[in-house]
Design a protein around this ligand. Structure first.
Ligand code: NAP
Ligand code: HSE
Length: 437
């Protein structure tokens, strides 16, 4: 049988990894897919740039339209990133009846609903395993492996760059900017690294995971997003003293009132496996009603780990090229007419526990005022830590761990605490999840 022809949009970190993996493992991949897979044409902005991989035998062009309109291309692999050119090219490829594989989580989270509708109309596949958690096959695990379950919640470390930064800060006391530069050099960071640091990239990925877990449309704009920029080394150290680790977590939970969809720094008990996922590694913990908790772990970014997921999607497409489009695995795991409109909850309705750090005047009665405010909002305290003053400082750091409470009540309490004359500056708040199953 003739080999399947691939058109590649992008020859950067992931594009290069994809070329290398397809070449190196060509024989094994053909045994799995049932047909050979060849990259016929590829595009980059600068095709004369020296690359660290072999592009011989691939037609190179600076015109991405030449890829999506190429008459011999069966599968378009989109690895240029962003949501403008990428959306136009993916829609054009679909209109041309070509299957699409993409690693672009921003594209899927923001425009996936219209992309999947167009793909369904044309009877083509859009596969996006590499869009979430790099090399971990988490989309396939939830969409297919856990299809017998009601997914109750999932929680994941789903941004490699952010985890790399937090790990280096904790283990080596490294400077935030230096570690970010290293993540960029290693090809982990997004073109705009604020996406990694501010949690936007993780929110893209969480949006996708929540849709396939709960059978709801993609609703990126409703995801609560908080970055790691305000986490200090002090917080990391206090968390350790209390037996916790700080991780930048994406949490999606189905409740009676709706779906929690949130990305923020989170304290996790250090005894949990997921609290020990360090560096660029990612992990996703999924709780199904039948299977219980399951944990998926692996490299969350980088050329070949991500290419591993891209190539697996290409193999999937090749395997089903002859299958009836009606009987393929649905894009968002549930049949398109079976998606439900569960509301995404506002943060004020989300329930979680908290770590609070505040600078209080070193005088009697201050803690009594703070605990009175917390009690007034029905917030019960799990632990409290008062540190020695720093040198001649007139304030001391106080750390409080609360039991679970609605975020709205905690917002009110924090406002009242910050208004006290005896409190200096803002209260640092980190949400805390026990993640027990
Ligand atoms: P990258 O290294 O910046 O590569 C982007 C490639 O696209 C480059 O080859 C660039 O050309 C080309 N390109 C950009 N705009 C173009 C245009 N308008 N026309 C033609 N070519 C264009 O990016 P990457 O890290 O590989 O990421 C690609 C996608 O994978 C993104 O959606 C990203 O979010 C996703 N992703 C990345 C990782 C990772 O670890 N890096 C992991 C998972 C998912 P030049 O080479 O000439 O500049
Ligand atoms: N910038 C992303 C990360 C790439 O660091 O996780 C993988 O999606």
């Amino acid at each position: 049988m003739k080999p399947v022809k691939v058109g590649l949009l992008g020859l950067g970190t992931v594009g290069g990894g994809t070329v290398s993996v397809l070449q190196r493992n060509a024989e094994e991949i053909q045994r799995r897919a049932g047909r050979g897979i060849e990259i016929a044409i590829a595009t980059a902005r600068d095709v004369s740039k020296p690359r660290s991989f072999d592009t011989s035998g691939i037609e190179l062009t600076t015109d991405p339209q030449a890829v999506v309109n190429h008459p011999d291309v069966d599968v378009v692999v989109e690895l240029i990133g962003g949501t403008d050119a990428a959306l136009e090219l993916v829609m054009q490829a679909i209109n041309n009846g070509k299957h699409v594989v993409t690693a672009n989580k921003a594209l899927i989270a923001k425009h996936g609903n219209e992309i999947f509708a167009a793909a369904q109309g044309k009877g083509v596949m859009v596969a996006f395993e590499a869009a979430v958690a790099g090399g971990i096959p988490i989309i396939k695990a939830i969409r297919e492996g856990l299809a017998g379950n009601q997914i109750e919640w999932l929680a994941g470390i789903i941004n490699g760059t952010g985890n790399f930064i937090l790990t280096e800060m904790r283990d080596n006391g490294s400077d935030f900017a230096d570690v970010l530069a290293e993540a960029q050099r290693l090809g982990y960071a997004e073109a705009d690294p604020t996406f990694d640091v501010e949690g936007i990239d993780a929110a893209h990925k969480l949006t996708i995971l929540a849709s396939i877990a709960f059978g709801i449309p993609l609703q990126f704009e409703k995801c609560y997003t908080e970055g790691i920029g305000h986490i200090t080394r002090e917080d990391v150290v206090y968390a350790e003293e209390l037996g916790y680790r700080i991780k930048h977590l994406g949490v999606a939970r189905r409740t009676d009132k709706g779906v929690e969809l949130r990305v923020h720094p989170t304290m996790i008990p250090e005894r949990r496996l997921i609290a020990n996922v360090d560096g660029v590694m990612n992990a996703v913990l999924v709780k199904g009603d039948a299977v219980g908790p399951t944990l998926y772990y692996g490299a969350g970014a980088g050329a070949e780990p991500t290419a591993s997921a891209v190539v697996a999607d290409v193999v999937d497409v090749v395997r089903v090229l002859t299958a009836d489009p009606e009987n393929r695995v649905p894009h968002l795991a549930f049949q398109p007419d079976q998606l439900v409109d569960l509301p995404i909850l506002p943060m004020a309705d989300v329930e979680t526990a908290y770590y609070l750090r505040m600078e209080v005047s070193d005088q009697s009665g201050v803690l009594a005022e703070v605990t009175r405010i917390l009690a007034g909002q029905g917030i019960s305290i799990e632990a409290m830590l008062q540190k020695e003053p720093n040198g001649d400082a007139v304030t001391v750091p106080v750390i409080i761990l609360s039991h679970r409470v609605c975020e709205g009540q905690m917002d009110t309490a924090i406002c009242q605490i910050e208004a006290l004359d005896t409190i200096q500056g803002k209260v640092t708040r980190i949400r805390l999840e026990v993640l027990d199953a």
